[in-house]
Design a protein around this ligand. Structure first.
Ligand code: GDP
Length: 378
């Protein structure tokens, strides 16, 4: 649930697209890519950024933290990445230092029932959006923005000391120099011209505010419906829908997890798969793939193809299991280095038949080109 390697897959697919667009969430996402062997973790910026030929859009459905945006851009520049192809929606909401303080405050009040928030201020920012008192990217372009902090503090009674806003203002100033546009118009015009747009999801179906394991969910719509609203495109324009799925299941923080492993096998998956959150560094809970939940996700999202990742992590295991119709089915482990593996083929073929949709890609390593095409690895 999250951390399937969506970033790597978007980076890989970006060569076939003109625009990569994030449609929801904020820097609670952590998408890991590799550039010439160097690890790059993205939080706000779409995963097409390493491909200089694509435009990277942060859509209206996103929330954006100017401080972490600035740090991310500077990190990319240090790594020689061109950042001139970023466009930010004027309607995206801004995560302020107040939101981050609210997040910590709210979570501290929950005691043992913590949501497992990444404490990035995402929830409070979306709350302000729906309460119609949020700060939008277009607001930082206004001449009276410098007095925004004072106005905020006059309006709201805070249960904590007010945050220092110096770094925030500096980061907003930095962000203002980027292209800030009505990205829904930009995207629709691009589609009219026949350009290809890939909407990049964040978090996971199981964390969707409606369909996920509420209340242990994120505060945005992570499934396909979020694409239309978060980018301003009609459902009629949506083409293929790729579901990125990990060959096993993980979860960070609290919430239900039927196939969770509490034994050595779970620990081994965690260790081999390096299952520590790229945003929080927290150890992820590990277990077997749950095809019953996956079927529901495919139904609601309309997924047309599965992209299966991290098959290499289960390599060499005596036994690999998946949950289907409430029962665990067992498979022998496999060997991904051979490019021709009967056990992996059998695993993929069985899952494909249960889910009723094809595999588009199989990922067997963190690097961009650790990819097999098609249903089987032959
Ligand atoms: P995202 O949020 O879905 O983009 O996923 P993260 O970047 O948080 O976590 C995925 C982790 O798995 C990253 O460290 C990736 O480098 C790594 N990764 C992606 N695909 C594969 C794969 O097929 N095999 C292995 N072993 N690691 C992968």
């Amino acid at each position: 649930m999250g951390d399937e390697g969506k970033g790597k897959i978007v980076d890989y697919l970006s060569k076939d697209y003109d625009i990569i667009a994030r449609f929801g969430g904020g820097d609670n996402a952590g998408h890991t890519l590799f550039k010439n062997g160097k690890k790059i973790v993205l939080h706000n910026i779409p995963s097409g950024i390493l491909n200089k030929d694509v435009l990277n859009v942060i859509g209206n459905g996103c929330v954006i933290n100017p401080i972490s945006f600035k740090a991310e851009v500077e990190m990319l520049m240090e790594n020689g990445v061109d950042v001139s192809n970023i466009v930010i929606s004027d309607r995206a909401h801004i995560i302020t230092p107040f939101h981050i303080k609210w997040d910590a405050y709210n979570e501290s009040k929950l005691g043992n029932n913590k949501i497992g928030s990444t404490l990035k201020g995402i929830g409070p920012c979306y709350t302000d959006k729906t309460s119609r008192k949020g700060l939008r990217v277009r607001d930082i372009q206004e001449p009276d923005f410098s007095s925004w902090g004072v106005r905020m503090m006059q309006q709201t009674k805070l249960p904590f000391n007010p945050p220092n806003l110096t770094e925030f203002y500096k980061a907003c100033e930095f962000m203002r120099k980027f292209r800030i546009e009505e990205t829904h118009i930009l995207i629709n015009k691009a589609l009219d011209k026949g350009q290809r747009v890939l909407a990049e999801g964040a978090q996971a179906f199981g964390l969707d505010v409606d369909f996920g394991t509420y209340p242990y969910v994120t505060s945005s719509v992570t499934s396909t419906g979020g694409v239309c609203q978060g980018l301003g495109v009609s459902p009629k324009l949506i083409g293929n829908i790729y579901g990125v799925v990990k060959a096993y299941y993980t979860r960070v923080g609290n919430g239900p997890f039927i196939t969770e492993l509490f034994d050595d096998v779970g620990d081994e998956i965690c260790e081999v798969g390096k299952e520590f959150g790229s945003t929080t560094g927290r150890k992820r809970r590990c277990g077997w793939l749950n095809l019953d939940e996956l079927k529901e996700a495919i139904m609601v999202t309309g997924t047309s193809d599965i992209i299966l990742t991290k098959v290499d992590v289960l390599e060499g295991f005596d036994e690999v299991k998946v949950l289907s119709d409430g029962e665990l089915i067992s498979f022998p482990g496999w060997n991904t280095t051979s490019h021709k593996d009967v056990e992996l083929d059998h695993f993929l073929e069985t899952i494909k038949n249960i889910l009723g949709i094809p595999f588009k890609l199989i990922s067997h390593g963190p690097e961009r080109d650790d990819i097999y095409w098609g249903v089987t690895i032959k």
